[in-house]
Design a protein around this ligand. Structure first.
Ligand code: KDG
Ligand code: MG
Length: 418
């Protein structure tokens, strides 16, 4: 017989690779996560993160109702074809829910391929370009003193790059400041928390914060800052210019990026490096930004950007234009995303940096993983696939808890960008 079903390869026969089950697991170990688990006839299992903060059940339903029925019977080894099937086959293109669902399938299939071939994922991508991925941690404080002390703690932990966010005088709840003294978790309440924003107070304050951080911690440490979409393009240009003396590693999401041309204005006025893209879900969201070299770092990551198959395409395109990766890595992206991202980071030639907000211990227990932190870098492990699994029994002990992200209004009540 010369049919595909009978051909033995290093990844088994077509029959071995047939997908016989796919399950969507929703769990809340300290926060909500959605995970897709795919199983082949030969018993190989792969998982992919499908978490979209504040909209978790929309992705879970998209997967259960529209994706899983199409997965059963497919060849798990046909990763590209499966990607094209779910992207083109949906007719409705792109969008965070669709692309997150596609990413979950894609990452689970790469995980399976790694396990079938007994190779770590980075090896399947083309092998290591580096040992560890430079990461940045999150320091935040209610004021400059507290923020600077937190930066000091991250330096002591060995971090070489630190994102700094501080409470702003006159703004009751500024972005990025935790209530508790652990990681910042913005999705705090069942309905969106209303926050109030003042651009003028913020713009006056931020250069003072970074002046102090440079005075306290010197010039060597890399400092980053997230504006979280709050400014207009000309305001972003002003902030970038005023931060130039403190040579930030990047200024992130300084203005909403639906209109990619906005960045032309910012770029004209400042040499502060620009990062954008954690809310993007395809190459089309950043095509103009990249080909016109309007940004320095692209933040679209595996889980929201259609998985490894699409983000690899995006990263290659970025490489042609001197743009480096700086993947989103907040705690609302599960360890399954982090595992896949770290393998990608180990391979991608135009790597820049990886965000690393440490997960809560409950999250780490539900998602056993083999990546580890040392001297300011994260190292992916050597187990086959992406090296992250899910303890389903434990996951079942943490039921879904409805939570949404906050919203922001200007002081006169006008809705603004959070
Ligand atoms: O779900 C939203 C968070 O992931 C986001 O607010 C975190 O901006 C963020 C960042 O840079 O980590
Ligand atoms: Mg951000």
């Amino acid at each position: 017989m010369t049919t595909e079903a009978a051909i033995h390869t290093s990844v088994g026969t077509h029959r071995d690779r047939e997908i016989v089950a796919a399950e969507v697991i929703v769990t809340c170990p300290a926060r909500n996560f959605v995970t897709l688990k795919i199983v082949t006839r030969s018993g190989v299992t792969g998982i992919g993160d499908a978490t979209l903060n504040g909209r978790e059940l929309a992705v879970a339903s998209y997967l259960k109702d529209h994706v899983v029925p199409n997965l059963i019977g497919r060849d798990a080894g046909r990763i590209e074809d499966t990607w094209q099937f779910f992207y083109r086959g949906a007719y409705w293109r792109r969008g965070p829910v669709t692309m997150t669902a596609i990413a979950a399938v894609d990452v689970a299939l790469w995980d399976i391929l790694g396990k079938m071939t007994k190779q770590p994922l980075y090896q399947l991508l083309g092998g290591r370009s580096r040992e560890g991925a430079l990461v940045y941690g999150h320091a935040n404080g209610k004021d400059i003193d507290e923020c600077s002390a937190e930066v000091g703690k991250y330096v002591a932990l060995g971090y070489k790059a630190i994102r700094a966010q501080s409470g702003v005088p006159g703004i009751k709840k500024a972005y990025g400041i935790s209530n508790l003294k652990n990681a910042y978790e913005p999705a705090e309440s069942e309905l969106p928390l209303e926050t109030v924003w003042s651009t003028s107070k913020y713009l006056e304050f931020v250069p003072k914060l970074f002046e102090r951080l440079r005075n306290d911690h010197g010039d060597e440490i890399e400092l980053l800052h997230d504006v979280h979409h709050r400014l207009t393009p000309i305001e972003a240009a002003r902030l970038g210019k005023s931060l130039e003396p403190f040579h930030l590693f990047w200024m992130e999401d300084s203005t909403p990026a639906e209109n990619q041309r906005s960045f032309e204005l910012i770029r004209k006025h400042t040499v502060t490096p620009l990062a954008v893209g954690e809310v993007f879900n395809s190459i089309w969201d950043c095509k103009h930004l990249i080909e016109n070299q309007l940004i320095d770092y692209i933040r679209t990551t595996i889980v929201h950007g259609g998985g490894i198959t699409h983000v690899r395409r995006l990263a290659d395109f970025a490489a042609l234009h001197g743009v480096r990766t700086g993947f989103h890595g907040a705690t609302d992206l599960s360890p399954a995303c982090m595992g896949a991202a770290l393998h990608f980071d180990a391979w991608v030639p135009n790597f820049g940096i990886q965000e690393y907000m440490r997960h809560a211990p409950e999250t780490d227990e539900v998602f056993p993983h083999d990546y580890s932190f040392k001297d300011g870098r994260l190292f992916c492990g050597e187990s086959p696939g992406h090296g992250v699994t899910i303890d389903e029994k434990l996951a079942a002990k943490y039921p879904y808890s409805p939570k949404q992200l906050p919203v922001a209004r200007l002081e006169d009540g006008t809705m603004w960008d959070w």
